[in-house]
Ligand binder design. Structure first.
Ligand SMILES: Cc1ncc(COP(=O)(O)O)c(C=O)c1O
Length: 380
């Protein structure tokens, strides 16, 4: 190997060694046969036999469609059924229009890097997902974080605004599972003529009478400028959409590089999504069940002495230990007892807030939750 390549590899190895020394080395892991307390399949749609059957029938009806999209949406990758699906998504979420993206990561990047312009200002919750932060970094607008869920801090920071103001929040935060104060944020945005952007990744499927998300549950769809809907979590599928005004959709088709310069999602992916949307409104009992189980786990976790739990009751719960180094051994001990639980380390979360992230699903049983609680008790 040439010395140039050796140099590059040495630098990479050094970085990896540093990460390993900090106890934060990431490694791919597949677990089979463990009880799922870690996936984002909140409603069990990713494993639903009913959904699989619907998809089979839908695929049969669309046998003529190519396997891959064969190009970007602006070239050979568009198809009328994609636009029909977008219209359905828009109607379902009470938005004027929707535009599909290949993932939530791409949607956040594609939205935030394109819409706020030079001279504009973005204020974003400090706990925002990496995809929102990466989109903001690519934007030419100025950007300021505000303290997590702290509307007063945002109000203070708004004094720094120039140009059009954008405020970015998640309706349900991916790590702590807590909800944003969306009503207060919407009110403040109205006072300051700011455009509110809400990432609904962890809210769709779970909030709203039909699973439309927290924005619809709160009746805020007219006050939120754009929503990012992701389909890899409660929808059990893959991909994402930006929902908002029709002009925003046209703008993204013209200016969002993450939309323009990529091959469109394949047909089978979108047919699966169409079928998941068919089932979603009727999953009321699943939504109730997952919330009941989460409340039970949350209440019982809070009775344990040696751990601290996230402050809000949610299907996403995080458990903190006095020392971050204790997390990996605890996760391993729980995995050895049959529970799929993962630690989340820095830099995915800020130093000092490393945790075990527990996800409750509609398919988890009371017995599994009790088993998990007693295993946590025994190992802490
Ligand atoms: C809040 C939030 N936004 C966006 C994403 C990205 O979505 P996707 O997995 O579809 O890329 C995630 C998922 O990790 C997320 O938690």
């Amino acid at each position: 190997m040439s010395s140039v390549l050796n140099n590059v590899l040495q630098k990479l190895e050094q970085k990896l060694a540093e990460r390993e020394a900090q106890g934060n080395l990431r490694q791919l892991k597949s677990t089979t046969g463990l009880t799922d307390f870690c996936s984002n399949d909140y409603l069990g749609l990713a494993r639903s036999e009913q959904l699989k059957e619907l998809i089979r029938q839908e695929a049969e009806k669309h046998r003529h469609l190519p396997i891959g999209a064969t190009g970007s949406r602006l070239l050979s990758g568009n198809h009328p059924f994609m636009e029909e699906l977008e219209a359905h998504i828009a109607r379902f979420h009470k938005a004027e229009a929707a535009l599909l993206f290949n993932s939530g990561y791409a949607a956040n990047m594609g939205l935030l890097s394109a819409v706020p312009q030079r001279g504009d200002t973005i204020f974003y919750d400090e706990a925002s997902h990496a995809s929102l932060k990466d989109g903001i970094r690519l934007s030419f607008a100025k950007a300021y974080p505000f303290r997590h869920n702290n509307v007063d801090d945002l109000r203070q920071k708004l004094r720094l605004a120039t140009g059009q103001v954008f405020v970015v929040a998640e309706s349900v935060y991916s790590m702590d599972g807590d909800k944003a104060p969306l009503q207060e944020l919407a009110q403040l945005c109205q006072e300051h003529r700011a455009a509110l952007i809400v990432d609904e990744a962890h809210a769709i499927g779970l909030y709203g009478s039909k699973g439309e998300g927290l924005t619809v549950e709160l009746g805020l769809e007219q006050q939120v400028f754009a929503r990012v809907l992701t389909f890899g979590k409660a929808m059990g599928c893959h991909g994402a959409a930006v929902a908002g005004p029709a002009v925003l959709r046209d703008f993204l088709i013209n200016f969002s590089r993450a939309f323009i310069y990529t091959t469109a999602l394949p047909a089978h992916n979108l047919l699966a999504l169409k079928c998941a949307y068919q089932l979603l409104p009727d999953l009321r009992r699943e939504r109730e069940r997952v919330n009941q189980l989460a409340t039970y786990l949350y209440t019982e976790l809070n009775k344990l002495n040696n751990i601290r739990c996230t402050p809000q009751n949610s299907v996403i719960l995080s458990v903190f230990l006095p020392e971050a180094q204790q997390l990996k051994p605890l996760a391993l001990a729980l995995q050895n007892e049959g529970f799929d639980i993962r630690p989340v380390m820095s830099p995915t979360v800020p130093k000092g807030s490393e945790r075990l992230r527990l996800i409750v699903h509609t398919f988890n049983t009371q017995q599994e939750i009790d088993g998990l609680l007693s295993a946590i008790k025994r190992h802490t």
